[in-house]
Design a protein around this ligand. Structure first.
Ligand SMILES: N[C@@H](CCC(=O)N[C@@H](CS)C(=O)NCC(=O)O)C(=O)O
Length: 215
């Protein structure tokens, strides 16, 4: 098997995981226990010195970073149209994908792992609550995109924006945001989760879509 995906259940690696299942070519899924810090061990770091998931191994090539992995999978499986072929539509999808990856995702990281941003324990609660609020605004932006989905965020075909939106809305539950407060996005996420390939990735990761608990 030439394709191998290192993933953490519920992590951003769900994006390539869902795409690989959609592509339908056999791949080896390798579960990395982030809570046990397997990603920080010497063996994992020898492959990815940044100690993060996802990592896609294609033949002898080790590829990191979701945007690069998506681009690679799009080239490898052109029949899936993970990125639109029409140049401006593709640019727009990449624009949103980059924003999800470089802005929305790190905002959640401030909520989930505030200790990565300060070792001052007294400052961590403030970092967490400030970013949880910011994150709600960003989910609102994705909700506006979902209202215009036709039928997916990138257009005609299921793609990386849909898988990322699922992940980000799910994470919202951990940040105190009820997914039902984002009705179009929640409907899109449920529709996407029901796609057989996406459902297989959800099953392998044992994900619960709605993790929100009212305070
Ligand atoms: N920009 C990176 C972000 C990767 C990332 O933040 N991965 C997280 C999981 S969502 C991770 O591995 N965290 C473990 C850690 O940083 O210790 C990408 O696109 O791959």
């Amino acid at each position: 098997m030439t394709l191998k995906l290192y993933f953490g259940p519920g992590a951003c690696s769900f994006v390539p995981h869902a795409l690989l299942e959609t592509a339908g070519e056999p791949f080896e899924p390798v579960l990395v226990k982030l809570h046990k810090q397997e990603n920080l061990g010497a063996e994992y770091r020898a492959m990815n010195p940044r100690g993060q998931v996802p990592v896609l191994v294609d033949g002898g090539e080790v590829i990191t970073q979701i945007v690069a992995i998506v681009s690679h999978l799009n080239e490898r499986f052109p029949q899936c149209n993970f990125l639109p072929r029409e140049p401006l539509a593709r640019t727009r999808v990449l624009e949103t994908l980059a924003w999800m990856n470089n802005t929305v995702h790190p905002t959640f990281t401030h909520v989930f792992m505030p200790y990565k941003f300060t070792d001052d324990e007294s400052a961590q609660a403030a970092i967490k609550s400030f970013n949880a609020k910011l994150y709600g605004g960003m989910l609102g932006e994705i909700e506006a995109m979902a209202q215009k989905a036709s039928p997916y965020l990138g257009g005609e075909h299921f793609g990386p924006l849909d898988a990322y939106a699922l992940t980000l809305l799910r994470w919202g539950g951990f940040a105190g945001h009820d997914p039902q407060g984002f009705p179009a996005l929640w409907a899109l996420v449920q529709r996407v989760a029901a796609l057989p390939a996406v459902a297989r990735a959800i099953e392998r990761e044992r994900l619960q879509l709605n993790v929100y608990k009212a305070a």
